[in-house]
Design a protein around this ligand. Structure first.
Ligand code: PLP
Length: 418
């Protein structure tokens, strides 16, 4: 019997997993070009078209929107900024409600509060962890204006059903694709279904610009409003001879620099290859995990899952090891992982203690706290295990270490529980 690392034995894996992201000569060449041009931010150099950003920003927006399949792209300094702009651009008003899942990153919901609108949390599905369309309609009130579904961990949510509900109730849809660059639902790329969509290029993402984001849409009106939000709510039209410095509504400093756009231009070319590598690694993990009694990883047949993270479901009763202890043991074996995902957002103090100005004048009945989204709570507390190491430059051999460590722990359960 092998001695578990958590009990003082040898780790399954001594070395760290390979470093992400991969930065190649293409990225360096692009960034150097910007440095040599001397134009790092080209938004305010002169009025007119510079309101729309400089050479690299425009190229990045054009290339990324074309890649995903929308008419317009508006680059931001983060996906969180893009989410805030999206809320404004689709016409949500302060005091109105936006339906969001609780199993996601904070800004999927705080983007509503940034506009003094209110997030209403809708529970998720137990198999793919995304918003459950069957639970949306009972949350719709006269105040509901939009839905922000999230394609979580790179697995598309049931976007068709969500669009049908939105059309029936005249709601706007902002797709949160921060974790799902290049994912597909029924052979169509996510980010092309809703009124608009947002993407993240934060360093951990599939393609990255350090920090950065983009809003995509087919609507010129949404794109124009998003551009204004990105520029402190100021309008500068190409026809204007001088910058107006006139604030039309509340916007903020959300502009991306030319340096980030340059990185993005180099990275776009790699998206398909990086996703193909992730899919190879993810499918391997999925097959191996599904062979283990008490563990399951679900991928729907009608989607292309791009495995930004690898989450799987753990049944403590079948495996006989408490989930958190199992995760501790796995980490000690040299495999980075964590129990659950971020705490379901409806349990965060900003909501339970109504610590945002938006709540002061809110006349609706949104509920927060324990019991509001029981599936999300149970996933976080008991069922879900997550790891981010399923990404290049890691290889199948690295994934084999993950599976070996899992088997080692299960095979030595008796020792672990002593
Ligand atoms: C689902 C989701 N939405 C939004 C964001 C925000 O992205 P950013 O860090 O670019 O603001 C993230 C970040 O991880 C995310 O995972």
């Amino acid at each position: 019997m092998a001695v578990l690392a958590i009990k003082g034995g040898k780790k399954t894996r001594e070395s760290l997993f390979p470093k992400h992201p991969i930065i190649g000569d293409e990225e360096k060449k692009q960034v150097l070009e910007v440095l040599e041009s001397g134009n790092i931010s080209t938004f305010i150099a002169s009025p007119g078209e510079n309101f729309l950003g400089g050479k690299k920003i425009k190229e990045f927006e054009e290339k990324f929107s074309k890649k995903i399949g929308t008419k317009f792209g508006v680059a931001f300094n983060s996906a969180s900024s893009a989410l805030h702009a999206a809320v404004v651009a689709v016409g949500v008003k302060p005091g109105e409600e936006i339906i969001v899942p609780p199993t996601t990153f904070t800004s999927t919901a705080t983007c509503a509060l940034m506009h003094n609108a209110i997030p209403v949390f809708c529970d998720v599905k137990e198999d793919i962890y995304c918003i459950d369309p069957n639970k949306i309609e009972k949350l719709i009130t006269p105040l509901t204006k939009a839905i922000i579904p999230v394609h979580l961990f790179g697995h598309p949510c049931d976007i068709d059903e969500i669009i049908t509900i939105a059309e029936k109730h005249k709601l706007k849809v902002i797709e949160d694709c921060a974790q799902a660059l290049g994912a597909e639902y029924k052979d169509k790329t996510v980010g092309t279904f809703g009124d608009c969509s947002i993407f993240s290029f934060q360093e951990s993402k599939t393609i990255m610009t350090g920090e950065g984001g983009m809003l995509l849409t087919d609507s010129e009106e949404i794109a124009n409003i998003a551009r204004m939000v990105r520029n402190h709510g100021e309008v500068i039209l190409p026809t204007m001879k001088q910058r107006s410095y006139r604030t039309e509504f509340l916007g903020w400093g959300y502009r991306m620099t030319e340096l980030e756009a340059a990185l993005g231009i180099a990275q776009i070319e790699k998206l398909d290859t990086l996703n193909a590598q992730r899919i190879t690694l993810g499918n391997f993990l999925s097959d191996e995990i599904n062979k283990i009694s008490g563990m399951s990883h679900v991928k729907y047949d009608n989607v292309k899952h791009v495995y930004w993270m690898f989450g799987f479901t753990y049944d403590e009763k079948i495996i006989g090891i408490p989930r958190n202890l199992f995760c501790d043991a796995l980490r000690q074996e040299g495999i980075p992982c964590f129990a659950g995902y971020v705490e379901p957002l409806h349990l965060n103090p900003i909501y339970t203690e109504k610590r945002a100005f938006a709540f002061k004048h809110y006349e609706g009945n949104a509920k927060y706290g324990k019991g509001v989204c029981p599936i999300a709570e149970n996933l976080h507390e008991k069922l879900l295990i997550n790891t981010i190491i399923c990404r290049p430059p890691a290889t199948i051999d690295d994934m084999k270490d993950v599976i070996r460590a899992i088997h080692k722990i299960i095979d030595n359960k008796g020792e672990l529980l002593k």
